[in-house]
Each structure stands twice: as structure tokens, then as C-alpha cells.
Design a protein around this ligand. Structure first.
Ligand SMILES: [Zn+2]
Ligand SMILES: [Zn+2]
Length: 388
């Protein structure tokens, strides 16, 4: 915080009136603006000027300053609170271009922005079949959202009346607030407390929406679901959320995908797993089987001597990658022996024959094991399956 006299900073006499003060401030602000001034301390001087003007342009603060000096403004007993907030300047609005200069400078964002920019976002869940999620689809969803009130067309005003510019912020929706702390003078942009950022005031509100300009509305939204979405994928529908009060544009709608399970395919990100039930003999002797793909069919060759649980990978037969549908995951096919619950008479006789043959061999193996010592369960199993 500056120690210079506020009148001196502004370059006015102690008896200057409001008009003179305003004029002096405009003049000095142009001179000292850090973007144009060559003074290396321009920024500090510019802030100092803002501080001086915030006090001298406010009759009550000026009176305290004149009587007690800066200590009066800062002291807890000075009527401006001990919470560090000594001044509160909302002079931007009466100032047009100078206001803009300060806005650009203090706002940091290079320009003025208006209060709350958008209404609330909404969220809904959409359940999709496995295949709709894999290949994408079009879906219509019903939602209820806040939209412009039909009675007043979103103006919030009773028929025949109009909103008026907010006198507190001059229609800007924002005011500057300066906080004087022991570390210096800090300034921030805050939403206008009078109009809550709208910049306008409704004196004669619409009865249907109580002046909010918004009302619940049922809508059907058509969504194009891209290929590759999965449970948890969140799609954003810009502007599909709630409209804000007083003409503030709608927030977004977030559609969270929930994918149903498929009886054949199990999804693992962009890969798909599938179990193909086979006979013991198909693995031992080899075979061809026709299996379903996500789209179409495939003739799968099972080589002779394939192990149970063996996985065959078909590259590029998985799920299209979200937003890169030219890329696809893989299809992993697991061959699983299926044990029949019932077998027909002639089949049973053949199996019995096979069983007896194996039983004999296993006995021989066991004897060898008892004689020796190194045979493990797995090597026995291996021999058993190899028919030794
Ligand atoms: Zn209305
Ligand atoms: Zn306002």
C-alpha cells in the first residue's frame, strides 16, 4: 500500500468535487496505464491510483480519510471492519473506457467477462446393448431440463415489461472489489450482488417463472453414439444442460454409458474374449469350427494336439477404438473342453473302450512311479494324455 497522499496521487485539491476527481482519475489512468507508460514503476503507480480513487470517490471513505487518514480506513474501529477489507470499489461501471482499462489490467484475462457464464450441467445414464456400444448407434433419449420459460420467452418479465439495466454494476454484471490487507492492496472481480451477474434487474417479474426466465421442459434428444463406447464412457451434449436464469445459456448434458453383457462375447477394453466349447477329440485330433465374430463368421482351424484352454488371437477383430474407428482391438478365442452330461449308447461304448485303455496305461505309469521317484503329477498327466 502506498504512503503517498491520495489527493496528491490523483493530482486534485482537498476540496475537489466529484466531477473534478473523476476527470483527474481518467487523465491519470491513461497516463499511467502499464501497457502504454514508459515508467518502469507504472504498474505500482496504476494500482496506487486505483486505490486513491476508490477512497476519494466514495463520500464516506473520503470523510474517514480526511479525518483519520489511512489508519482510519484500515483500523477495525473505522467502520470498515477488521477483516482486512477496507475499501470496496465498484466504480468500473460509471467509467466506460477507463473501466475497461482497469478491467483488462486487473482482470488478467485481457478483457471483461460476464458473471456466471452457463447454467448447470445435467447427467443421465444410457443403457446400450453390447453390439450398439461396439459399432455405435443412434439413440433418442428423453430428458427434462430447465429451458427458457414459454410464457415470457425467457425474459423473466411480465408481458409488456422489459428488464432494466442494473444500476449497481451499470449492466456489467460484475464489480471490482479491493481488499486492503497488511500485505498490500488486492483487487478481484466479483459477481454483482445486486443483479447476480445478469446485468439487468426485473421490476415486474413473469408469474410463471417468478422472473427466472426458465422453466422445466421435456425434450427428446437424438444422440449419435460413436463406435467403441464402453460402460463409464461419458458423452457431452453441449448446451443440453439447464439454462441459467435471466438468459444465461444452458450448461451441458453428460450421458454416461452403461453397456449390457453379451452371452457370447466378453469385453476387455477394446479386446473381446470368447469361449468356444469343444470336444476332447477335436483338440486331440484337430478340426475346423465355424465361430461367430462381432460381425460375420470365421472358419477356425484347430491344430491336432491343441491344449485345453488354448487361446487363439484374431487381430483386428475386436472393438473399434473410440474416435479412431479405423483401429480395432483383437478377438481372443479360448478353446474349452465341454463335458457332455449324457452320451448316446454307441458313443458311450467307444468312450468306455478309451477309458479302459487309458486306465491300463495309467496303472503301468503308477507302477513305474513307485519304482522310480522323480515322476510328478504333471508328467504323469502328460503321459496320460499322450496315451502312454
Ligand atoms: Zn417466465
Ligand atoms: Zn448488477
Amino acid at each position: 500500500m502506498s504512503n503517498r497522499d491520495y489527493y496528491e496521487i490523483l493530482g486534485v485539491s482537498r476540496t475537489a468535487d466529484a466531477k473534478e476527481i473523476k476527470k483527474a482519475f481518467r487523465q491519470k489512468a491513461k497516463e499511467l496505464h502499464p501497457d502504454t507508460s514508459t515508467d518502469p514503476d507504472a504498474e505500482a503507480h496504476f494500482k496506487e491510483l486505483g486505490e486513491a480513487y476508490s477512497v476519494i470517490s466514495d463520500a464516506e471513505k473520503r470523510r474517514i480519510y480526511d479525518t483519520y487518514g489511512k489508519d482510519g480506513l484500515n483500523s477495525a474501529g473505522g467502520g470498515y471492519g477488521g477483516g482486512g477489507y477496507a475499501t470496496n470499489w465498484d466504480f468500473m461501471s460509471d467509467f466506460g473506457d477507463i473501466g475497461d482499462i482497469f478491467s483488462a489490467f486487473f482482470g488478467g484475462g485481457g478483457g471483461r467477462s460476464r458473471g456466471p457464464l452457463r447454467g448447470d450441467d445435467r447427467r443421465t445414464t444410457l443403457e446400450l446393448s453390447f453390439m450398439d456400444a461396439v459399432f455405435g448407434c443412434e439413440k433418442k433419449i428423453n430428458i427434462t431440463r430447465l429451458d427458457a420459460c414459454q410464457t415470457c420467452n425467457g425474459t423473466g418479465c411480465a408481458v409488456g415489461s422489459h428488464p432494466e439495466a442494473c444500476g449497481h454494476c451499470g449492466g456489467h454484471g460484475q464489480v471490482r472489489q479491493s481488499a486492503q490487507t497488511m500485505f498490500g492492496n488486492f483487487t478481484q472481480v466479483v459477481t454483482c450482488p445486486s443483479c447476480h451477474g445478469a446485468g439487468t434487474i426485473i421490476k415486474n417479474p413473469c408469474k410463471a417463472c417468478h422472473g427466472q426466465g426458465i422453466a422445466p421442459k421435456d425434450e427428446i434428444i437424438t444422440l449419435t453414439i460413436p463406435a467403441g463406447v464402453d460402460t463409464g464412457t461419458r458423452l457431452r451434449v453441449a448446451g443440453g444442460g439447464d439454462a441459467g436464469a435471466n438468459g444465461i445459456p444452458a450448461g451441458d448434458l453428460y450421458v454416461v454409458i452403461q453397456v449390457q453383457e453379451d452371452e457370447h462375447f466378453l469385453r476387455d477394453a477394446y479386446d473381446v474374449l470368447m469361449k468356444v466349447p469343444v470336444h476332447y477329440t477335436q483338440l486331440v485330433l484337430g478340426d475346423h469350427v465355424r465361430i461367430p465374430l462381432l460381425k460375420g463368421h470365421y472358419d477356425l482351424k484347430i491344430p491336432a494336439g491343441t491344449e485345453n484352454g488354448h487361446i487363439i488371437t484374431l487381430k483386428g477383430e475386436g472393438v473399434p477404438v473410440l474416435n479412431q474407428s479405423h483401429l480395432r482391438g483383437n478377438l481372443l478365442i479360448r478353446l474349452d473342453i465341454q463335458i457332455p452330461r449324457k452320451v448316446r449308447g454307441d458313443e458311450k461304448a467307444l468312450l468306455q473302450q478309451l477309458h479302459d485303455l487309458h486306465k491300463h496305461n495309467v496303472k503301468a505309469e503308477d507302477i513305474r512311479h513307485e519304482e522310480g521317484h522323480a515322476s510328478s503329477f504333471f508328467s504323469k498327466m502328460k503321459s496320460f494324455l499322450a496315451g502312454k
